[in-house]
Design a protein around this ligand. Sequence first.
Ligand SMILES: *Cc1c(COP(=O)(O)O)cnc(C)c1O
Length: 371
Amino acid sequence: MKTETIAIHGGNIIKSSTGDVTQPLSLSTTFVRDENGEYPGGHMYSRVSNPNRASLEKLLANLEHGIEACAFASGNAAGMSVFQALKPGSHIIAPDDMYWGFKKQLQTIFADSLVIDFVDLTQLDLVESYIKPNTVMIWTETPSNPLLKITDILGISAIARKHKLVLACDSTFASPCLQNPILLGADIVMHSTTKYIGGHSDVIGGALITAKKDELWEKIRNIQQVGGSVPSPFDCFLLVRSIKTLPHRMRGHCSNGMALARFLENHPKIEAVYYPGLPSHPQHEIARSQMSDFGGMLSILVKGSVEETKRVVNSVRLFAQATSLGGIESLIEHRYSIEGPDTKTPKNLLRISVGLENIDDLIADFEQALN
Ligand SMILES: *Cc1c(COP(=O)(O)O)cnc(C)c1O
């Protein structure tokens, strides 16, 4: 089945006597045993599994062409479960522009147990030179934040396979509709479901999807069920509901993203636009080969000082100044102010999550803000 069909039908595991067409919300924390002590509904206790989480996990596994998924209470909890599953002393290669929350986890929570090298993963020949005897995993993130760098998943999966390393891919910016890392050789795909998958800025969640049920995956499942960083049935219900429109929302995000990127690229007050759909993007050809479209995230450099950059943020009216991304409403953020003086993010960079408003209104808003 194609993505739109999977999005609508791929999550239903309906066992109801009332003829529900959609997966009902089951809030029960516990489930009854039959006379033999078995659980006829397949669920024992809601932290371990429940109908709405099972529905979400089945749907995400189908969408990413994996075989199983684990849903978590946040994207951060999903990523942390992977790092927790690694043996102490393991070495990981991670992107130099890794999502800051994961970088912070690795540098603080895992500082004494894991060894990490942050590497520019767009330089494939560089990656191999970092592999050591204790290297177990390459963690990628593509497109990356905030410069929208693209990692060649197929290329890096060949390196991972050659050295028997696990390849994990944070595919949050792409959503399951624009790229499927498992089909390109990744072992584990990670999503912050808070972003495009939820899509309405009202759920925090995360997920991992696996290509195979191996020892690492069993450990991750155990961390989910016993660690207990799980989403509520209502969060799972909302996510399954949101995913039904995900392929159509992504079309809108992509077409608005491309149109705004083109407009800004030609504007005299803009120094640079980072959007993988533009031919000027350094990895545009790789993006074209592994993504079906380019998403709604872009970053721009405003010509001028930090003050002038902040003036743009404060002059747009339809773009809310807020963190996060992937929702139906457009957001804008001055990343340097958030990340602080240690960051490599340019001072005149603005990150934009292009929403689903009419593109003419979005462009007109930027036009007045830049003037
Ligand atoms: C937001 C985000 C995360 C973390 O997800 P939360 O749901 O905020 O915990 C991880 N990776 C990327 C690329 C993100 O954008």
